[in-house]
Design a protein around this ligand. Structure first.
Ligand SMILES: [Zn+2]
Length: 89
């Protein structure tokens, strides 16, 4: 894998308020993003991105887990596996 030893800047296909977003990855662990033609860069660390990605992954995994449950074992209208309240009728 190529080691990040110099800044790399790319124009993306992402937009914010009809303006294309530009991204720059810098050593050792910085990611900058700005609107094309703008001067102000927003700076985040790779760790920030990692934490955000892990959080979103966990949220989605929780949703997937709840949606995949067949609610086969219930008690007082609550599923014993996913703990979800089951509507009657
Ligand atoms: Zn369930």
């Amino acid at each position: 894998m190529t080691h990040l030893n110099k800044p790399i800047r790319r124009e993306t296909d992402a937009y914010y308020r009809q303006r294309k977003l530009v991204i720059q990855i810098e050593p050792p662990d910085i990611i900058r993003v700005k609107g094309k033609g703008r001067k102000i860069w927003y700076v985040v660390s790779v760790n920030d991105i990692y934490s955000l990605g892990a959080k979103k992954y966990a949220q989605q995994a929780k949703i997937d887990k709840q949606n995949s449950c067949l609610h086969l074992r219930t008690r007082y209208g609550k599923c014993l596996k996913c703990k979800k309240q089951i509507k009657k009728g």
